[in-house]
Design a protein around this ligand. Structure first.
Ligand SMILES: [Zn+2]
Length: 124
């Protein structure tokens, strides 16, 4: 990850998007109020449903493809499907959720993305 652009590497590691030193998360997915290293206020950070959407789309595709392939090739009993795919669902959804949320917040900071506001007169 040393060659990755800074915001991407910092986000995936769950670090502050400005300094790359302070921790972004408090708990599994909760954000700290500010960076403990540089003091950046994390109030701007709002990834919304974005991380969950990407995780669902990617993880769902992986599990469904694996389950279909296994069914077509081996036709295993249903209990084996449950034993295989339920843990895989947890793995492919929970493991990438935090890095993807960190990535989205780092990109939000990098691109100065914010919620849309009505334009003031004279701004148009
Ligand atoms: Zn910082």
């Amino acid at each position: 990850m040393a060659d990755a652009p800074l915001p991407i590497a910092r986000g995936l590691r769950g670090r502050c998007p400005r300094c790359g030193e302070g921790k972004l998360f408090q708990g599994f997915l909760g954000l700290r109020p500010r960076c403990e290293h540089c003091g950046l206020d994390f109030a701007f950070a709002d990834a919304g449903d974005g991380p969950a959407v990407f995780v669902i789309l990617l993880g769902g595709a992986i599990v469904v493809f694996a389950a279909l392939l296994t069914e077509v090739v081996y036709q295993p009993p249903y209990w084996l499907h449950a034993a295989l795919w339920l843990p895989l669902v947890l793995l492919v959804t929970l493991a990438p959720l935090r890095p993807i949320k960190g990535l989205m917040i780092a990109l939000q900071y990098h691109h100065k993305a914010a919620e849309g506001r009505p334009a003031h007169r004279g701004d148009e």
